[in-house]
Design a protein around this ligand. Structure first.
Ligand code: HEC
Ligand code: HEC
Length: 121
């Protein structure tokens, strides 16, 4: 990632923190987020942390899933895939194994730092 992109990411995150700090605990939709469909239970601050965690879990930048300048935009196909992954993760965690385990399914469990999942050798 270029230095310019890093600065952009840094400022985005800082800006979101400021936004979240103003009204922590208020639902994201009420906070100016426009297209929250699967993370409704999270505060803006939690969504922001979740986004950073996805970067790490998948080894991507924000802009694999987002259009620069408009995080609510829906045109990047990976954004829709990510939503379905959240739905799958929620189903796993509500299911027979994870509902009785201290461990919860998360993106890193399968992705381990890369968007490409390995197949059996
Ligand atoms: C793997 C894909 C993916 C990555 C990487 C990702 N996002 Fe997201 N982002 C999403 C999805 C999916 C949503 C919508 C969540 C929902 O529907 O509840 C979202 C929503 C958002 C929103 C709310 C937009 C709105 O108005 O609805 C912001 C802001 C945001 N992301 C910022 C970021 C930032 C900053 C990064 C990098 C640190 C990032 N995202 C990385 C997939 C991603
Ligand atoms: C149970 C294992 C598992 C979990 C948990 C999981 N994924 Fe995935 N993910 C996969 C598999 C398998 C694929 C490949 C799907 C395919 O090829 O159709 C994939 C593909 C993807 C892709 C598309 C990558 C590409 O290059 O096309 C994205 C984006 C993604 N996952 C995001 C996430 C996010 C975000 C999370 C956590 C909310 C998550 N995944 C959790 C197994 C998982």
């Amino acid at each position: 990632m270029s230095r310019r992109t890093w600065w952009f990411v840094l400022f985005s995150v800082a800006g979101l923190s400021a936004l979240a700090g103003v009204a922590y605990g208020v639902q994201p939709q009420a906070q100016g987020f426009k297209n929250i469909q699967v993370l409704q239970d999270m505060t803006p601050a939690q969504i922001q942390m979740q986004m950073a965690a996805w970067n790490v879990a998948l080894g991507v930048t924000c802009f694999e899933c987002h259009v620069q300048g408009d995080f609510a935009d829906e045109t990047r196909p990976l954004k829709a895939v990510a939503r379905n992954m959240v739905r799958m993760e929620n189903a796993l965690n509500a299911g027979p194994y994870f509902s009785n385990s201290n461990r919860k399914a998360d993106c890193y469990m399968c992705h381990q730092g890369t968007r490409k999942i390995s197949t059996a050798p």
